[in-house]
Ligand binder design. Structure first.
Ligand SMILES: NC(=O)c1ccc[n+]([C@@H]2O[C@H](COP(=O)([O-])OP(=O)(O)OC[C@H]3O[C@@H](n4cnc5c(N)ncnc54)[C@H](OP(=O)(O)O)[C@@H]3O)[C@@H](O)[C@H]2O)c1
Length: 322
């Protein structure tokens, strides 16, 4: 079947291992179901995979992609939850299952004609969401939702700073923050992305690293090393930083004196549960909030989408359609 996959890893030139071609379909384990993919979206995770992060050589070739929306074998319109895990093993939360993985880490991903997942990973797609909009939700949007709610516990009226306004997670944070009644401030290196974040509903947008007019209650961090020190300095005493990614580097100075002296909380967050995905879908269905889509293209043109993602030249999500 048609598939977009990693054939090898390279840290310097991750796209050298990207293949758009054909692969045989994997066997369907007991209790798993097959979905005909209508749309799938790129995430930074796909570039990490091509760099060999979070995956080992013996799993190659690996079909890329965490997100999908499509039609199940019994004819339902579904959104595919990307976390393969056992809620019981994680105390009721599959993201805390020590053996959990995301599609494309252990099991084949969604950039293919068909993807196979446990039956419980199918969630109904409301008719109000297009295939492309629905496919944006299982990774970037679900991550943003959990960062703001379960992990960040932000309350209406609080001020949140979103670093790196143009990213897939960041644009979701801006829109969901607004829908949840937060005051949303953003940073971006790029003037055009700052303006576009204001167009999405952010209250103020600042250059990356700029001095802010006030301290914030919480920072949503996915950029990592390039913005970490600014994130810590932006917080009020007792503030919290929720971190789910580190695109620009994993090991910035920890600035521990600031962490303990100001009693800051550093909170990790990864993906979300099936229940959270259902809540997110309901929120979009009820509020009319929709994911900004940077570009849609047929899956056969996946290389163009990967080049745009790697260049960081994107505002919102890149969608592959079938
Ligand atoms: N833990 C999880 O469950 C989870 C889920 C999804 C994503 N993630 C991670 O979160 C990160 C973001 O993912 P994404 O899909 O949203 O990626 P993305 O769309 O590629 O976003 C990256 C954003 O980071 C900013 N950025 C990149 N390099 C920077 C630098 N050197 N200095 C300042 N800003 C920089 C850019 O913001 P500006 O150009 O606007 O400045 C860019 O828009 C990735 O590392 C990803 O692996 C984690």
């Amino acid at each position: 079947m048609e598939a977009v996959y990693a054939a090898s890893f390279s840290d310097d030139d991750p796209l050298s291992g990207l293949v758009v071609g054909d692969l045989p379909e994997a066997e369907v384990p007991d209790g798993w179901v097959t979905v005909d993919v209508k749309a799938a979206t790129l995430n930074h995770h796909d570039l990490w995979t091509l760099r060999g992060v979070g995956i080992t050589e013996e799993r190659l070739p690996m079909i890329l992609g965490c997100d999908a929306a499509g039609v199940s074998e019994d004819g339902r319109d579904v959104i595919v939850h990307a976390v393969i895990g056992d809620p019981a093993a994680g105390g009721g939360d599959e993201t805390l299952d020590p053996k959990r993985s995301l599609l494309s880490e252990v099991y084949p991903g969604t950039f293919a004609a068909r993807v196979c997942v446990p039956e419980r990973n199918l969630v109904a797609k409301p008719a109000s969401l297009s295939w492309s909009e629905a496919a944006c939700l299982p990774t970037a949007w679900l991550t943003a939702y959990r960062m703001l709610t379960t992990r960040g516990r932000l309350a209406p009226g609080e001020t949140v700073l979103v670093q790196g306004a143009g990213g897939g997670v960041a644009t979701a944070l801006i829109l969901l923050g607004g829908a949840l009644g937060l005051r949303v401030w953003t940073t971006s290196r790029d003037e055009d992305k700052r303006q576009r974040s204001l167009d999405l509903g952010a209250d103020q947008a600042f250059e990356s690293g700029a001095r802010l007019p006030d301290r914030v209650d919480a920072v949503m961090e996915t950029v990592g090393a390039a913005t970490w020190s600014h994130s810590l300095k932006a917080l009020r005493p007792g503030g919290r930083i929720v971190v789910s990614g580190a695109t620009s580097g994993m090991n910035p100075p920890a600035d521990l004196a600031r962490v303990f002296f100001l009693q800051l909380s550093v909170i990790g967050s990864t993906m979300g549960t099936r229940d959270e995905l259902e809540s997110l879908i309901s929120l979009l269905d009820e509020t009319g909030v929709r994911p900004p889509i940077a570009a849609e293209m047929p899956m056969a043109q996946a290389r163009d989408a990967f080049e745009a993602l790697q260049a960081g030249d994107v505002f919102g999500k890149l969608v592959l359609t079938r």
